[in-house]
Design a protein around this ligand. Structure first.
Ligand code: TXA
Ligand code: MG
Length: 310
């Protein structure tokens, strides 16, 4: 059910959960001071309670309301990427961030989204917690209609058109005096390097200790269709997921993600195409992964891998 910005603000301020668009993917929002609504986010999504939520702020200044300290370079990152698709994990004052939001961790994740409608909502509600607006394990929602598919036609959603990045935010955390990537996302390691002066490593969780990014433990982004990944699309008939600008056999039915020279066009469409497989009742598809591996392609390849693992 499509709702206006003022309806969304009214519902949120009265303890309801609504979906709002962001530039990365649609989110399921509750204000940070409504514990029952936050519980409802977990039950609606069927999300494990040990997977924490990102706090979305109207501006970078609000971080100091929660964070115990901000490391060196935080301001440079915020200056360059906020509002935008970067999420920063920081140690927080435990009395300021409800435990259910941080899933019991001593840190919390923060982001200032770059979407005019999301910013209008945040202006009238203050900070909201907001996971991606999909059932856990399913591809994220990049259209209002995807939210209605997962949560029903009566679920309240602000329609902001399609999400321009189409890929979740990049999450960074600070470990042993260096920034690490806890989740690949819309901002590439190369773009972070331009600001930090070094390429942040992708953080890998050690065995038997608390995971760095709990959400990375779960199966993700998966359509019902079986996805076969490979670099020999030329040899495959049937449904092939590929790229404009590349050649595929005439016998195959190609679903295009975007153009091979524009990873952002691919990121923008990936989840919509994965959802389309299910809408069309397709049971098997071959995904062409003969693509570059740097920049945003690293995120795209990681999402395709996760979508194909059962
Ligand atoms: O682009 C995005 O980030 C979207 C839009 C709606 O903003 N949100 C999003 O939320 O992707 P979600 O809940 O689907 O993914 C949040 C990820 C999870 O993997 C979670 O484990 C991680 O953020 N996370 C949250 N708090 C964390 C923390 N304190 N430390 C490490 N990871 C954290
Ligand atoms: Mg998600």
């Amino acid at each position: 059910m499509r709702i206006s910005i003022s309806e969304a603000c009214h519902l949120l301020n009265n303890g309801q959960v609504v979906s709002i668009p962001t530039e990365t993917v649609y989110g399921l929002a509750a204000t940070i001071d409504q514990p029952a609504a936050i519980d409802q986010i977990f039950s609606l999504k069927k999300r494990p309670s040990n997977n924490p939520l990102i706090i979305h702020l109207p501006s970078a200044q609000s971080v100091s309301d929660y964070a115990l300290m901000v490391p060196e370079d935080f301001h440079a990152l915020a200056e360059k990427f906020w509002p935008g698709p970067l999420t920063v994990v920081l140690p927080v004052d435990l009395s300021k961030v409800p435990s259910q939001v941080r899933a019991g961790l001593s840190t919390a994740a923060f982001r200032v989204p770059n979407h005019p409608l999301a910013l209008q909502v945040l202006e009238c509600t203050g900070p909201v917690v907001m996971p991606s607006a999909n059932l856990s394990g399913r591809p994220s929602a990049t259209r209002a209609q995807h939210v209605e598919t997962d949560f029903g036609p009566h679920f309240p959603v602000v329609d902001g058109g399609h999400s321009v990045h189409g890929m979740e935010s990049t999450i960074v955390c600070y470990i042993d005096s260096r920034w690490h990537i806890a989740r690949l996302g819309s901002i590439s390691a190369e773009e972070l390097e331009d600001v930090l002066g070094y390429r942040p490593a992708v953080a890998v969780s050690a065995k038997n200790v608390a995971p760095i990014c709990p959400g990375q433990l779960y199966r993700h982004y998966a359509p019902r269709a079986k996805l076969e990944l490979g670099k020999n699309a030329q040899e495959h008939s049937g449904v092939v997921i590929g790229y404009e600008g590349k050649q595929y056999p005439k016998a195959s039915q190609v679903m295009f993600l975007g153009t091979i020279d524009s990873p952002s066009s691919v990121a923008e469409n990936l989840y919509a195409v994965l959802r389309q497989l299910d809408d069309n009742g397709i049971e098997h598809a071959y995904v062409d992964i003969d693509v570059p591996e740097d920049g945003l392609w690293a995120t795209i390849l990681e999402r395709i891998q996760k979508a194909s693992s059962k």
